[in-house]
Design a protein around this ligand. Sequence first.
Ligand code: GLA
Length: 378
Amino acid sequence: MTTAAERLEPGESLWVSPGRVNLIGEHTDYNDGFVLPFALPHATAVSGTRRTDRRWVVTSEQTGETVTFDLADLSAKVEGWAAYVAAVVWVLREAGVDVPGAELNIASDVPFGAGLSSSAALECATMAVLADLAGLGGTGLPMRDRPRLAQRAENEYVGAPTGIMDQAASTLCQQGHALFLDCRSLATEQVPFDLAAAGLKILVVDSKAPHAHVDGEYAARRKACEEAAGVLGVAALRDIDVDALPDALAKLDDDTTRRRVRHVVTEDQRVLDTVAVLRAGDLRAAGPLMTASHASMRDDYEITVPQVDTAVRVALEHGAHGARMTGGGFGGCVLALVDEGACDAVEAAVREAFAVEGFTPPDTFVVTPGRGTYQVGG
Ligand code: GLA
């Protein structure tokens, strides 16, 4: 099978950015908290060649469409998948970059709409190509500054109020590692995550559940967290330590808000605990933390759906060390941490359970931590 990058004409500049899964730390990023994603082997490739005019001509292998926009279209807001490309042109210009017009070609191996950050992958690869064509290279626009720009593109141009995790993962992850990111300071640590050495696999189950109401629910969760932080007198929920949680909860009079806060505060602690066990080389010990994270997303944050709850339950019943939904929620994918020898049985059991429940058959695949944004050739 060819990769996305292999399917593109290289043009003047060709860059690849991956999708991601998040090992743990869900809905913590916009609360200034901690996340621990790793890059997928599945990636989006963008190739670009400068034009002499100030137009961007963008072709998607996936849809077969070509979308053209100029500066006037840019201010009127480009729609659809090309909005992610236009958003990056916009944000670079906002940052003072003289973005040249370009022919851009896109190919992707990141499943679309599965909560694996296909949009962040597109943004990050587009940014890399345009920065390169603008002559900025690696030092003119340092990799560490790009996630904030890509997040701003998504927040302000596309209009999705996401945190910074996906763009940071797609940009900064390293092969064989999970990325421990402090979403306030943007400090990072590459945490070794060698599944094979531990005799483990991560099985991904794409639940195929339709992503109903996801945008509105995501925005509602974010708003609830920000309001709760205001009531508690902190800049963000990150500022509430797990030991101070009972006191904080006692100050909130609404049960739903209490549960939202409890999820975020305990999830931050679970990220720290997971980082500690990975640093100690005890990968299996991440399992129970993953499972606790899922329970918290299901019961306190209320962002799971029957398909993902079923996948988690069945994976655990068939010997997974831990399992949880990954990503924004209301569908998307489940990660199961399994012994190498148990992977096939877990996969078969999940498929069987989906058939019994009458759910759309899931997609399943095994992943290892891939690399963040990189250039091909050049
Ligand atoms: C989506 C968002 C991220 C993050 C996750 C939940 O993937 O894009 O910023 O908030 O949901 O952890």
